[in-house]
Design a binder for this molecule. Structure first.
Ligand SMILES: [Zn+2]
Length: 315
């Protein structure tokens, strides 16, 4: 195989990280009716309340709803690519400064800046085995500490278009992004499709633990023992990364054989260095958590050193 062919295969593998995985289509979710949210907020015996003062009809008519599949702009290595992704939450549009309340008793487990969310707050509700995620908040108004909170306790205010994940140059329309998921925040990885703060993902949200927020709040029902966390196999979470790493290892191995046969010492290090650079770019650009790729890079560097020594011995 020609070296250019190997390089092309490696580049193809980079692009694979942004491909939609074929699979079962995400089930269409009913847009549910507006419920008596004031009653939920006032009754302490009910487990959940709506995170805003009111739940308006507009909330289910015009904004990104749960499991909606839409084209989303994603930056892949500084290139803006539009990809089809699922919304793992519900969006409610309100003016900046609107207070946001905890949907249930719990503990704030995250309060900080998180990419496109601007300021993000996550509350763990171990009692029900769920966590709730509130995105596009206002860091300039108030930042809550990691403290226990009661249902209805103030968490934050909605952010202005330049601080809610948007900027002066690219303002983001003010809205609350509410995600609710079975399990606890710490159960999930920091990066990849299963990441705990996922907003738009390639996998169907309902198949990886995300719950429909308004449906959960309207039903007020908690299964005994709490909601069941999804139980993924290792390949479910890291499948794409594993496949990509295997492609790199195969390509790297071919390059090492080529380096040895053609007696090209510098080529011994090329696969390891190339994969290490790819790993670093994917990791730091927050595209994929690829520890498999890091392991592949280390293995290939070691194999490269051995190949280099062999070539020198043969000369
Ligand atoms: Zn959203």
């Amino acid at each position: 195989m020609k070296r250019s062919g190997i390089a092309c295969l490696m580049l193809l593998a980079i692009l694979l990280t942004s491909c939609t995985r074929p699979g079962k289509p995400c089930p269409a979710m009913d847009k549910i009716q507006v419920a008596d949210t004031e009653k939920f907020a006032a009754d302490p015996s009910l487990p959940f309340r709506f995170p805003l003062e009111t739940y308006e009809k507009d909330d289910i008519e015009s904004h990104a709803w749960f499991c909606e599949c839409a084209l989303v702009d994603r930056k892949i290595i500084n290139t803006k690519l539009t990809r089809r992704m699922y919304h793992a939450a519900e969006d409610y549009h309100r003016p900046a400064g609107t207070p946001v309340y905890a949907i249930a008793d719990g503990v704030v487990s995250f309060s900080g800046k998180a990419g496109g969310y601007g300021w993000l707050v996550i509350v763990d509700h171990p009692h029900y085995n769920i966590y709730s995620l509130y995105g596009h908040l206002s860091p300039s108004r108030w930042k809550i500490d990691p403290v226990p909170v009661k249902k209805g306790q103030l968490l934050a205010y909605l952010g202005d278009p330049w601080e809610n994940g948007g900027s002066k140059k690219n303002p983001l329309e003010t809205h609350l992004h509410l995600g609710i998921r079975a399990g606890q925040r710490a159960d999930y990885p920091k990066k990849g499709q299963w990441r705990y703060m996922a907003g738009w993902i390639k996998l169907c949200p309902s198949s990886i633990g995300w719950l429909q927020p308004s449906l959960l709040i309207n039903n007020q029902a908690v299964p005994s023992g709490g909601f069941k966390s999804p139980s993924p196999g290792l390949f479910d979470i890291w499948g794409t990364e594993t496949v990509i790493s295997l492609i790199y290892i195969a390509c790297g191995f071919i390059m090492l054989v080529l380096a040895f046969r053609k007696r090209i010492p510098w080529l011994s290090f090329a696969p390891g260095i190339f994969v290490a650079v790819v790993w670093a770019v994917l990791y730091w650009r927050d595209i994929a958590r690829t520890y498999y790729l890091l392991a592949a890079a280390v293995a290939m560097l070691l194999a490269g050193i051995m190949t280099f020594k062999k070539i020198k011995e043969k000369r």
